[in-house]
Design a protein around this ligand. Structure first.
Ligand SMILES: Nc1ncnc2c1ncn2[C@@H]1O[C@H](COP(=O)(O)OP(=O)(O)OP(=O)(O)O)[C@@H](O)[C@H]1O
Ligand SMILES: [Mg+2]
Length: 360
């Protein structure tokens, strides 16, 4: 078992590139800290890698191991086209390829927490300890039902093989991988850092939907379902007997806002969203029962957050204030970069949260 800090200790070299490695898309952000706070200097999104026609073009899927070669090629293309100058990077790992859990320990100091994890990791982590790298962070304190103060620690285990694959792919194109983090931790930081309200984040990607319960920038609880943006497109294509491309366009243009003859679209989309929402509700109740804390709000992120009508639909179901997640409340976007923050924000949330890690 090894612990994650930074992999190398090149003094004075701070990673400036944060890379979200999704299933069908890659996102790179370059964030800097100035006297004015955090600022986005540059970003690139490589979306829709032909996945509609060729399912095997995905960068990684829950059933397939990430393709090192593809990752190198796509990243090189983005770095070149986007004129990124930094070469030091951090990367995110999708929830289906890592493990995370919230521990409550009757100890407080970092040294004590580390010792407990070292001694007891085997009982918390369902993977051989020799094959994973451990990441942990104190996320809060709570008095449990018996009145004992507990320190809450988020523990994550990332397969060494995944880290090695990323590192090799990066090295091939001159990038140095400094550290990795699971997506849920990054998105929690990007969307809830300024808020003490416990929030359910629903990150609807193309192959999977990540669910995270977060507060004050920390992840507390997470889940995942394969029902996602891709499922919406497929169900529309089959239901209306049209091509995947046409279904994708229709989904983005109309979403749940269809009426009259387009009402059919909502009836196709809703059952998929209902599965995602019921998974969200299940996670809310597991969290609330285990930790005697109430979830007070819902944030929708990932490309799926841009589905017309989705926020209203979720808000009605959860009966909680619901919004599209906006990481740009914490990071300034300078003039000259794409001003359409309302739709790029949810897409970049993971990458931005990852980039913030080293800067706050
Ligand atoms: N305007 C829109 N309306 C509806 N869906 C959209 C819109 N824009 C993008 N999407 C969907 O968002 C999904 C891609 O989102 P995102 O970039 O967050 O996924 P990803 O990170 O690559 O995937 P994953 O998180 O599964 O690894 C696709 O399914 C795409 O169809
Ligand atoms: Mg994603």
């Amino acid at each position: 078992m090894s612990f994650l800090s930074s992999f190398n200790s090149v003094i004075g070299k701070k990673p400036s590139l944060a890379i979200d490695i999704g299933t069908t898309s890659l996102k790179i952000v370059d964030i800097t800290r100035s006297s004015k706070g955090l600022e986005l200097r540059n970003y690139a999104i490589l979306e829709d890698l032909g996945y509609l026609e060729r399912a095997n073009e995905a960068v990684q899927t829950s059933s397939l191991k990430i393709s090192e070669d593809k990752l190198s090629r796509y990243l090189a293309l983005m770095l070149e086209r986007g004129h990124f100058s930094g070469r030091d990077a951090v990367a995110s790992v999708p929830p289906f390829s890592a493990f995370s859990t919230l521990l409550e320990l009757p100890v407080a100091t970092d040294t004590e927490v580390r010792k407990v994890i070292e001694l007891q990791a085997k009982q918390y982590i369902p993977l051989p300890l020799s094959a994973v790298t451990i990441d942990w962070i104190k996320v809060g304190e709570r008095r449990d039902s018996s009145g004992t103060m507990k320190t809450q620690v988020m523990l994550a285990a990332i397969p060494n093989e995944q880290i090695a694959t990323y590192r090799r792919a990066f090295k091939k194109i001159g990038l140095e991988l400094h550290s990795v983090e699971i997506e849920g931790m990054s998105i929690a930081r990007a969307l809830t850092r300024g808020s003490a309200e416990t929030t359910l984040i629903i990150d609807i990607g193309s192959r999977s939907t990540g669910l995270a319960i977060a507060r004050s920038g920390f992840l507390y609880f997470s889940g995942q379902t394969d029902f996602s943006g891709g499922s919406l497109t497929q169900t529309i294509a089959r239901g209306l007997n049209i091509s995947d491309e046409r279904a994708e366009d229709l989904k983005r243009a109309r979403g749940l806002s269809g009426f009259g003859g387009e009402h059919e679209l909502s009836t196709l989309i809703e059952p998929i969203l209902d599965v995602i929402m019921s998974e969200g509700k299940r996670i809310i109740s597991s969290y609330e029962n285990a930790y005697q804390d109430k979830v007070k709000a819902v944030l929708v992120a990932g490309g799926g957050a841009n589905l017309p009508g989705i926020v209203e639909y979720f808000s009605k179901y959860f009966a909680l204030p619901s919004e599209k997640g906006n990481p740009f409340t914490q990071i300034k976007m300078p003039a000259g970069l794409d001003p359409v923050t309302a739709s790029t924000g949810p897409l970049l949330a993971v990458a931005l949260g990852l980039g913030m890690k080293e800067l706050i």
